[in-house]
Design a protein around this ligand. Sequence first.
Ligand SMILES: Cc1cc2nc3c(=O)[nH]c(=O)nc-3n(C[C@H](O)[C@H](O)[C@H](O)COP(=O)(O)O)c2cc1C
Length: 265
Amino acid sequence: MLRRMTDDRHRRPEDVRAFYDAHRTVRQYENHEDGTPLPLPDDHLDVILHAAQRAPTDATAQLYSLIRLTRPDVRARVADLSTNAHIATASEAFVVCADVRRVGRVLEVAGKQPGHWPAIAVHFGIGDAVMAGTNLLTAAEMLGYQGCWIGGVLNGLDGIIDELKLPQGVLPFAALTIGRPAEHAPYRPRVPRPLVIHTDEYHTGTDDEIRHATEVMNPIAARGGQPGDWARLLTMYFGQGGGMEKREPALVAALKRQGLWSGNE
Ligand SMILES: Cc1cc2nc3c(=O)[nH]c(=O)nc-3n(C[C@H](O)[C@H](O)[C@H](O)COP(=O)(O)O)c2cc1C
């Protein structure tokens, strides 16, 4: 007979919902008067790092590494390269990387020949990196911190690879900052569930559903008291001539530099 799964460690659904509803991306953190980072207590830092490493992982491999940024000059340089100033001021800052170098070393030390699988490396490496980073952020939120993922590392990939001395097989995915919030961030909406959670088969949203989703999402693009226009924001990122087209060549170059390019040229 199945034992009922209720003990002190289990939360009620409403508490789980409240926990996830309390999530906010936060970019301003409490710090010392001179602006230097306020360190986390050792046991808090230890448990968020533990949470990161408890993430599940494909093929047992743990194809990721976190570079913890501690030196002020390294923080400042990565903040600059990624165009996200809070990397310098947050209590903790990490660069979350896909990493297939370590598994290569395990094979090497065991006297085995590594295979050739650059596309697989990106697939599993980014997956593992995201799972570890998500665990880290969630654990930090449980302790009352908030954080911010920083895809802005793609703005300065080459320089970040140099600064952090990342060897072949290691590719930054994003940075992640953590600290006690010093701003009141708004609750940001999400696309309505039927467009995201599909049942048994994929459902492409109708024009009306997409228009409704856009209206729901508009507040996420509000700036300085002006009403938000989500489609406009997405156009700036993903439209012709937008930010992602500008980032594309640098990412391709970094994939090649780090030995993770599976194309022919
Ligand atoms: C992979 C990833 C990259 C992101 N990059 C940045 C970034 O470079 N700079 C920034 O200020 N916020 C960044 N964000 C934060 C998002 O803007 C934020 O998660 C989104 O607006 C939703 O807000 P919420 O997390 O408060 O619900 C990023 C988030 C993710 C998951």
